[in-house]
Design a protein around this ligand. Sequence first.
Ligand code: HEC
Ligand code: HEC
Ligand code: HEC
Ligand code: HEC
Ligand code: HEC
Ligand code: HEC
Length: 365
Amino acid sequence: MKAKIALLIFIIFLLLSNNFVYAKVTGPCVNCHTMHNSQNGVEVVSGGPFGILLVNNCVGCHTGINTGSNTTPYVYSTSKPTFGTNTLAGGNFYWVTIDDTKGHNVFLNNDDNNLSAAPGDQGLAFCATNSCHANLNKIVSNSGFPNLDGRQGCTKCHMVTTNGYPKGYHHANDGTGTKFVNSASQGWYRFLAGHIAGGGKGVIGIEHEKWNYGATASSHNEYSGYVYYGGFGFDAQDYPQRYTTTAYCTGCHGLFHIDQRIGDEVAGNPWSRHPSDAIIPNSGEYASISTTYNPMVPVARDVTTFNWTGGPSSTVTPGSDMVMCLSCHVAHGSPYPDLLRWDYSSMVAGGGGSGGCFTCHTQKK
Ligand code: HEC
Ligand code: HEC
Ligand code: HEC
Ligand code: HEC
Ligand code: HEC
Ligand code: HEC
């Protein structure tokens, strides 16, 4: 009887421990790796072996339906997910398989029919054949860098700066639960790092333990931002901007940030692009924004002054928090054109609407 109870307790413990969310991979090597892709003379995984002796590729392991208890984050579902319910922070690549404008085109055979370079590209689209700045779905070659050649899809964005196939992140220990990450040894925020001009730099932020599944005002990712009034060109992405979420997007869409200050608002000229990493003023229509954090319209926190080790904050503070690329867009894909977080065509001035643009532009509804 005692043994049975002990066994029961052990099983309950196993079930529970399965639910601890580790921010590094755990479990038997054999679940994920194959040494020779051969067992008794038979292939272990057909189509393999995959890079780093893996039993699958990025898309393979990250395909599924999020339930809140899955320990592999799913970014692609083969059936239609419900945006904001069983999708994670980046949205889902499902929609780009239906419509090229609704996601980054990461799948090898799915060219973007409208775009031949990242809009806002700073002239880097031709740095290699099928460079990351030109498209995300084709394989890079002739870059002159062994750590860039061969990249395709996911690894054009989730990169490390060491040579060879991108590696070293899944086993990086960045702690458990919802936590602050700010170094390469932790795999940066969601394995997001730069290269060449941004080399050695990666995104800083607080990672929600379930990748924003079920995020609430008090439990969510925190994104970093920084107001930079310096020069143009690469300078405009310089330290400490290279550690922010917006700086990350501008690695490929640089002009959309650099241009925002060609007409310098501080000097009294209008913005020339919608600002990102700009402080939401504590005046005018912005003074009456909801101060409750909305995970569907996130703001960025100052990379140098926010209390990063204090966990996510449930408030939005005009006068210090910022609008950023990810306030309006998601990173992977959404049900809306331009990877937007909401249906832009339903943002009608004077129509009495809510959410989206009206989250900040409170007097335009
Ligand atoms: C849940 C899946 C998973 C398990 C379990 C796992 N790995 Fe990995 N491992 C990966 C992935 C994915 C990569 C490649 C991407 C990366 O490095 O970020 C990787 C990369 C590696 C690398 C190369 C990069 C580095 O960190 O040095 C080594 C070596 C490695 N694994 C060894 C092991 C060993 C040994 C075990 C068992 C003790 C193991 N892995 C268990 C998923 C797993
Ligand atoms: C063998 C299965 C496997 C493969 C292959 C694999 N992953 Fe993962 N990946 C996982 C698991 C399990 C986790 C959750 C553990 C963790 O957070 O590190 C994960 C987590 C992640 C995360 C989230 C990290 C975070 O900070 O929360 C990213 C980003 C990611 N993988 C990208 C990739 C990319 C890009 C590739 C291809 C180079 C890839 N994965 C290949 C299993 C895999
Ligand atoms: C355009 C660049 C880009 C591409 C391409 C890309 N990712 Fe991501 N990924 C990001 C960013 C940025 C985040 C952080 C999103 C956030 O926190 O809002 C992210 C987050 C993630 C996460 C954590 C879950 C989430 O939604 O936050 C995983 C896992 C992941 N990516 C895997 C992949 C895989 C697998 C692929 C290829 C099928 C891929 N990514 C392609 C930029 C990219
Ligand atoms: C590694 C380069 C790279 C990074 C980093 C990157 N993008 Fe892109 N992006 C592209 C390319 C190439 C295209 C055009 C082809 C496509 O849609 O895949 C694109 C297209 C887009 C589009 C238009 C989609 C369409 O098809 O109309 C939006 C919106 C976008 N990106 C937003 C972002 C945001 C927000 C970030 C930061 C989270 C980001 N991108 C980071 C390369 C990148
Ligand atoms: C205030 C909301 C908002 C912010 C902030 C924002 N965008 Fe956009 N973005 C949009 C809307 C709306 C569109 C649709 C086209 C338009 O209105 O210009 C768009 C379109 C795009 C496109 C597609 C352009 C094309 O030619 O198809 C890209 C790429 C893009 N945004 C990237 C970014 C990046 C990178 C940032 C941060 C530097 C950013 N956006 C910040 C709202 C925003
Ligand atoms: C997260 C907050 C936020 C969201 C969401 C947002 N904006 Fe803004 N918007 C701002 C801030 C901050 C400014 C700059 C305010 C300042 O300092 O003058 C701004 C400025 C503007 C301007 C004026 C630019 C100028 O030259 O003065 C327009 C137009 C605008 N936004 C339109 C939009 C539209 C359309 C949407 C929805 C697609 C949107 N915004 C969503 C925060 C936001």
